[in-house]
Design a protein around this ligand. Structure first.
Ligand code: UDP
Length: 239
């Protein structure tokens, strides 16, 4: 929905609620970016990454950081948790037996994810599985070219997953591809999602940081800096 985007730090974000985003993506081909503050900061510094986000077919605001940034700039856009959106798309694609590919995470994680999804989702048709620790990209691309999954979920972390999906657009012109970060770790049952109360209070990041203190280094400078940058954008109009 490239024409109808609100802007933050020069990047467009689609202004849709969860249900409308799912409906829109049901028959979409191309790239879905689940945008978070770290990715926005990366795009400000890295023009190639910004171009990937700009050219994505759907950009959803993933998390409270982006929602807050948009509120500061005067836009009321509800956040959509990327993990919930991707999980819903699995259900939607499975209703009519369309094929699904899963790419990324550690070998045991992807195995457990596949087993869990097969139990949970009636009619699921997984036609491609590949862990995220391959050395050579070429055989991965070659196999995808043959398998042509209708929905491809890529869990390599950012920006790796967005860069690979961007490259795959030509090779998989009829697929919908979503970068899903750490979602397979959660779906495998190995990493817990934060309890509901954290999700409701929008402090899921706090729970993850408490559980995995090494994330603190990643999150801590990012969030306050991001808010400062957005405030600068609001008052000076410059990114
Ligand atoms: N990952 C991977 N290959 C790599 C690097 C990471 O498959 O070369 C996987 C990693 O195992 C994890 C996922 O990428 O399942 C995302 O990791 P992270 O939690 O860092 O992503 P975030 O959601 O925070 O961007």
């Amino acid at each position: 929905m490239k024409d109808d985007r609100v802007k933050i730090q020069g990047l467009g974000v689609d202004n849709l609620d969860f249900e409308s985003a799912v409906k829109y993506a049901e028959n979409l081909h191309g790239q879905v970016v689940t945008l978070n503050p770290e990715m926005i900061q990366n795009a400000v510094k890295n023009k190639d990454f910004a171009k990937i986000v700009e050219e994505a077919e759907l950009v959803i605001p993933d998390g409270i950081g982006v929602e807050l940034g948009l509120i500061i700039l005067g836009h009321r856009v509800r956040r959509i948790a990327g993990i919930e959106f991707a999980r819903k798309m699995i259900d939607v694609y499975s209703k009519n037996g369309r094929s699904i590919g899963l790419l990324g995470a550690k070998p045991d994680i992807i195995e457990k994810t596949v087993a869990n999804l097969k139990q949970e989702v009636e009619g699921i048709n997984i036609n491609y599985i590949q862990d995220g620790y391959f050395k050579d990209e070429m055989p991965v691309i070659e196999e995808l070219k043959v398998k042509q999954p209708d929905l491809l979920l890529v869990a390599l972390g950012s920006p790796k997953q967005e860069e690979l999906i961007y490259k795959l657009k030509e090779i998989l012109p009829k697929s919908l591809m979503i970068g899903v970060g750490g979602s397979f770790d959660v779906w495998s049952g190995v990493v817990e999602r934060a309890p509901q109360i954290y999700q409701k209070l929008c402090i899921e990041w706090l729970y993850r940081t408490l559980k995995e203190p090494k994330r603190f280094k990643r999150i801590f400078p990012t969030l306050p800096l991001f808010v400062l940058q957005v405030l600068k954008e609001k008052f000076t109009g410059r990114v």
